[in-house]
Design a protein around this ligand. Structure first.
Ligand code: H2U
Ligand code: ZN
Length: 363
């Protein structure tokens, strides 16, 4: 970054989405009167009889979780997507007349202004551990490796289905991000049509590949390694960096060091390399304000649609909302909802803060 743009308002371009954001570094010096207190930590038990994810407990559907000891995957009892109706079959109904399968939309209008299309799919919940009190950062490395292996097994299974073309793996962590339960867990939603965010990224990655003959994120990582100032941590296989175009204060992009289109293409050393950077990154996050750092994270990868997708580079996004303390978050409101996203802290400053943190968790 030149001295000028490091201190003056400027725009930065996100080549993955084609969107611009406003950076206002001069505002970071303005007086802050808000709270900076630490939040008292509730001590969670290893097992919570009220938790619907703990082993042996009842879920909403009246199902009982098995006494699992490792990873536990189940079909979401309140899925956003339903299985497709097979040809010759009618949409089936469950208790109370609620649908069990996805039917074609009833309201089809000839107007192009009222477009509607059917969507079917699968939603699953993935418990990362039987322990109610641990988070991704606190799990032993072997358990995080098991999470990565489970993600891969799920993508292999679902990606092989004709009616599924995309698998979105993600984790919402913390009440601030809408997570319903502190028990360590993530989700997957898999469906036929490419969702909006990966579709934007696909569009821009494809255009870049056609112009430069190298995948966008492969070139990008090379340039970031050269500049160095936004890199947070790395191992032999993966790099965690604050992207040049980061929106969220401590946003991180996790990139493989070689070209890999889908998570299922990782070899065993790369899988363990991914588990290693995940543990180290989330530990640094937790050390930032000495609280379990809330975030939404997820894997972006090439669709499972039978095409090559040379343009795609596998990556993970971490979008954490916290800004100044355990309670002061960044809001995407006002100008950001109506005009464009904006940040004060630069990506370079955020990377410096993250680099300074320990990889040994505060407690
Ligand atoms: P979140 O914490 O990220 O919301 O994920 C929890 C998911 O668990 C949520 O999607 C599901 C919710 O639908 N769930 C069940 O499948 N069964 C239950 O008994 C409660 C919650
Ligand atoms: Zn639990």
């Amino acid at each position: 970054m030149s001295e000028y743009s490091a201190r003056s308002p400027h725009r930065r371009y996100n080549p993955l989405t084609g969107e611009w954001l406003l950076v206002s570094p001069h505002r970071a010096t303005r007086p802050w009167l808000g709270a900076v207190e630490k939040v008292p930590q509730a001590n969670r038990p290893q097992y919570d009889p009220q938790c619907y994810l703990c082993p042996g407990n009842h879920r909403a559907s009246d199902t009982v979780n098995p006494p699992y000891t490792g990873i536990f995957v189940f079909d979401n009892d309140f899925p956003a997507l339903l299985p497709p109706v097979r040809t010759g079959q009618h949409a089936s109904k469950g208790a109370g007349g609620l649908p069990l399968t996805s039917a074609p939309p009833l309201h089809a209008s000839p107007s192009p202004l009222f477009r509607v299309a059917p969507e079917a799919g699968v939603c699953r919940v993935i418990c990362f551990s039987p322990r109610h009190d641990l988070s991704l950062a606190q799990l032993p490395l072997e358990q995080i490796q098991a999470v990565v292996d489970t993600w891969i097994a799920q993508c292999q299974e679902l990606g092989a289905r004709d009616d599924i073309h995309y698998v979105q793996l993600f984790e919402n962590r913390g009440e601030m991000m809408g997570a319903s339960n502190p028990h360590p867990h993530g989700q997957l939603w898999a469906n036929e049509h490419l969702p909006t965010e990966p579709a934007k990224e696909q569009h821009h990655q494809l255009a870049y590949l056609q112009e430069h003959d190298v995948p966008l994120l492969v070139n990008y990582l090379e340039a970031e390694q050269h500049e160095g100032e936004r890199v947070v941590l790395q191992n032999d296989h993966f790099v965690c960096l604050v992207p040049f175009w980061a929106l969220w204060p401590f946003e991180v992009l996790v990139l493989p060091k070689v070209h890999i289109r889908r998570i299922v293409d990782l070899n065993s050393a790369q899988r363990n390399g991914l588990a290693d950077v995940l543990k180290r990154l989330v530990t640094r996050y937790d050390n930032m304000f000495e609280v379990p750092f809330p975030y939404s994270m997820g894997v972006h990868q090439a669709p499972y649609d039978g095409e090559q997708h040379e343009e795609w580079q596998l990556h993970l996004h971490f979008y954490p909302p916290l800004l100044r303390s355990a309670t002061v978050r960044k809001f995407m409101v006002g100008y950001e909802m109506l005009a464009q996203p904006q940040r004060d802290l630069t990506a370079e400053q955020a990377a410096e803060r993250l680099r300074a943190l320990s990889e040994v968790r505060y407690a």
